[in-house]
Design a protein around this ligand. Structure first.
Ligand SMILES: [Zn+2]
Length: 181
């Protein structure tokens, strides 16, 4: 059982963190902001509010890497099913496919294509949705891939970690370096 930290100790810890990071406002992380939580492996696992982040720092369960990023001291295992969105949003598909038509590489007039058409039982799943330009989408139409002479640049896949997608829309520059850890 870990003894709860007295508030004095907690304040000193905050202060020493602030010295370490050169922050002048006395906090190791930016108050009133969202904080990126990295696993011990630097893999992004969560985005939390600053108060929760402070608690993790005070309990010495995390260390501040910058004023918008903390890293867990211990590696935590996260069940795969919990971190991956079962149904991807359109934005997630665009991001995964790098805003490029997966048939011809075009970056213009993009839409989402069902590799196995909906009419043939294709679902809105990670492995059945790809970015396609309007002309490839029309060309492929209601056919199966095998019935066309078209090929996919890359087999559509279920991403490893949905936080990566959140990061990719974020405007916090210091989060971006952890996008594809
Ligand atoms: Zn295309």
């Amino acid at each position: 059982m870990v003894k709860p930290m007295s508030s004095n100790v907690a304040e000193r810890k905050l202060h020493s963190h602030s010295l370490d990071t050169g922050m002048s406002d006395g906090l190791p992380i930016a108050p009133h902001t969202q904080i990126l939580v990295l696993n011990n492996s630097y893999e992004p696992i969560n985005i939390t509010n600053w108060k929760r982040a402070i608690v993790l720092l005070l309990k010495e369960k995390a260390q501040a890497l910058s004023n918008r990023v903390i890293r867990l001291v211990n590696y935590i295992r996260i069940p795969y099913a919990k971190i991956v969105a079962a149904t991807p949003t359109r934005a997630m598909i665009y991001k995964r496919d790098n805003n490029k038509c997966q048939y011809c590489g075009s970056t213009r007039s993009l839409t989402i294509d069902h590799v196995i058409p909906r009419s043939k039982g294709g679902q809105d799943t990670w492995d059945n949705l790809v970015v396609a330009c309007a002309s490839c989408n029309v060309k492929k139409g209601d056919k199966l891939l095998e019935q066309t002479n078209m090929t996919l640049a890359r087999k559509p896949f279920t991403p490893y970690n949905k936080v990566q997608f959140t990061l990719s829309y974020s405007e916090v520059p210091e989060w971006r370096e952890f996008l594809f850890v």
